[in-house]
Design a protein around this ligand. Structure first.
Ligand SMILES: Nc1ncnc2c1ncn2[C@@H]1O[C@H](COP(=O)(O)OP(=O)(O)OP(=O)(O)O)[C@@H](O)[C@H]1O
Length: 201
């Protein structure tokens, strides 16, 4: 993924002032920044959900996006979500999704309705849906919100496996812990991306 000189303002409030980013295959990268730094704005632009005021975003191949808030239908079960997204992604089966569900500990909830799931379990489903078409580039906005410790560890093991298989993962968080799990770390501050965890701790 190649991001060049992305700028964005909401009315008179300038949030991004010229963001550049090159995400190589087989890398887990993190972007940290304070509340309101513009992380979600940047993710929405990278995902194509928001058009930037200026700049370009290029990516090749399949693309996955896990937004901060789970976009689920409360009336549908976990299994029904899988089949809905299988059709949307034009997949022939959900075997890959089933593997992710076991890795995250979601498989036992397959017949429960999304509206009855706990917050952390909803987030596991959110992540499974973003991953089930095996994207080459995966954007995750605060992906481990609500995860218990075991799930949090499983999440990072899954991220490492995907990275080793050549996928690129970009994780956005307001916390800079666990930076040793990242191959690259950037801080969004003052509307610009800078290498390292400058003032995010
Ligand atoms: N739709 C919008 N209209 C106007 N201002 C907005 C809009 N969305 C975000 N903002 C403002 O843009 C700035 C950046 O917001 P954004 O949600 O991108 O930050 P963030 O780094 O993701 O924050 P957090 O860590 O709290 O999630 C904030 O000052 C916010 O108030």
């Amino acid at each position: 993924m190649e991001v060049r000189d992305v700028r964005h303002s909401y009315r008179r409030r300038t949030v991004l002032r010229g963001v550049d980013l090159h995400l190589r295959p087989g890398v887990v990268a993190g972007i940290v920044g304070e509340n309101g730094a513009g992380k979600t704005t940047l993710m929405k632009i990278l995902a194509g959900e928001l058009r930037p005021g200026h700049g370009t975003v290029h990516h090749r191949g399949r693309f996955g996006y896990c937004p901060q808030r789970a976009v689920l239908n409360d009336a549908l079960t976990v299994r029904q979500h899988l089949h809905f997204f299988r059709a949307a992604f034009r997949l022939t089966h959900v075997r890959h999704a089933e593997g992710i569900m076991s890795a995250l500990g979601l498989a036992s909830h397959v017949d429960e309705r999304a509206g009855e799931l706990s917050g952390g379990t909803r987030q596991k489903l959110n992540l499974t849906l973003a991953l089930m078409h095996d994207p080459q580039v995966l954007l995750l906005d605060e992906p481990y919100q609500g995860f218990d410790w075991d799930t949090y560890r499983r999440f990072w093991e899954l991220a490492a496996r995907l990275r080793d298989a050549g996928r690129s993962i970009l994780v956005v968080s307001h916390l800079a812990y666990d930076t040793e799990r990242l191959d690259e770390l950037w801080t969004l501050s003052g509307g610009l991306l800078r290498p390292g965890a400058v003032d995010a701790q």
